[in-house]
Design a protein around this ligand. Sequence first.
Ligand code: ACO
Length: 501
Amino acid sequence: MMANLYLMRSKSDDLNTLITKKLLANYTKHYKNVAIYCPVIYVHRIAAVQEWLEEFNIKQSSKESYGFTLRDAMNTFSHDPHYFFNKILEEYENLKAKYDFILVTSFSEFGILDGFELSVKLAKNLNTPIAAIIDQKDQNIARKIFDESLKGENYALIDANFDFNELMNLKEYEFITPNRFKFELIKKSVKNKKIVVLPESDDERILRASEILLRSNVVHLILLGNETKIKEDALKLGLDLNGIEVLDPANSPLCEEFSAMLYEARKAKGMSLEEAAKLVKDRTYFGTMLVHSKKADAMVSGASTTTAETIRPALQIIKTKEGINSVSGIFFMGLEDKVLAFADCAVNPNPTAEQLAQSAYVSALSAKAFGLEPRIAMLSYSSGDSGKGESVDLVNEALKIAKKNYPELQIDGPMQFDCAYDAKTAAKKMPNSTIAGKANVYIFPNLDAANICYKAVQRTANALAIGPILQGLKKPVNDLSRGCLVEDIVDTVILSAIQAQ
Ligand code: ACO
């Protein structure tokens, strides 16, 4: 069974070295290209790792064999834990692409912080099974911690007399941490670079996000606004936006073409050519027209406009995909080691049964596009046939429509959130359901429930909320929250680029 290994070290350097060398002796016999990776290393240990590389004839540079030195790690972790995990994940994945086997050797202490807990977190991010060097007397407590935190995944507790065959049987984990989820997204967007338009160049957060996106080279950006003003603002903020494309809706030569197109699209709704000419100078309409006319692949806006203002032009002009007449908004909720999708958190205040069924369908497509195998729960305050009421009837009706129109969906309901999420509750409340207890896509009965719930989970469980991603439109247009952070903008642009693939 092929698996990399996360060696959780003990406090004894001698014991750690003895075990590491034994492991390397074994693994280098089994695998042609072995690499060592220490996510965090004491400066004085760098030479020891170099010696191992030489002793076991491992063809890897010393610099490749570690991530952070302890001091840098502590500083980075305290300022930006996401960057800390991302850098380690990226370096590890780069090694994985080059070597057959990676021995991750990790810390037992992390300065003043608990190295044990952090090690579990790292192993879950890397999906590398843990072998922990643990004293016999501490093994029971270690087992309890691992059983709980690794949710039934395999690990080994070892000492100097470990059984190598046991380690060879360890399987890699399949956790989707928020960092891994984002890492995979970036990989997808880099594959096929798309053009994303950002209309709100007067917002500092948009400029900061643009710089990050330019640097990481994952998308091509178009900023809307006055080029001189954008340059001045970037200079003031110390940002390098060199090479970014800027279009100004106030005097763009495209306005004439866009006016004619907008007039064509909306004349049946009573729009005059004069009105169209005026509207295309509005940056949200101009951005929407760039996407509609295929000059851009996606638009991200809403840092300073309401959801309604941001998405109305898209609903009016870009319109829905064939077979869909209801746009909805999905959030990907990054919990500690899994990602769930919630919908519709953004668009339809009081959906009909038909709209709920469509929400389930397009959410399944979105989940798939972002790497999840969708298992859909239609949520309610009732599980199975336990409760009665108008809204339960609505969800039942939606389920019926979804099953009829989209027979390929893995879907069930109505069910309460605990029944959808938790296997033990599901076994009691809906024992015959193949979805209950395993759902990863949650369709809420209305906008109140969905919007309140995603924010409650985001704030109280400290979950990463990525979205909303509008689904069902012919081309991606995505809305930012007015309270968005630079990081949210970066994420939404990357998600939009993937939607456009
Ligand atoms: N799917 C597809 N098309 C739609 C949808 C939909 N869900 N809703 C409206 N449309 C279309 C209409 O068919 C119409 O098209 P037409 O002019 O070509 O006939 C056009 O959009 C305008 O429709 P109206 O009925 O006039 O709707 P309005 O523009 O007033 O509102 C909107 C639509 C903006 C989506 C509204 O439902 C809304 O404000 N929803 C709530 C948004 C919100 O505040 N969300 C919460 C915050 S988001 C967050 O917290 C992440």
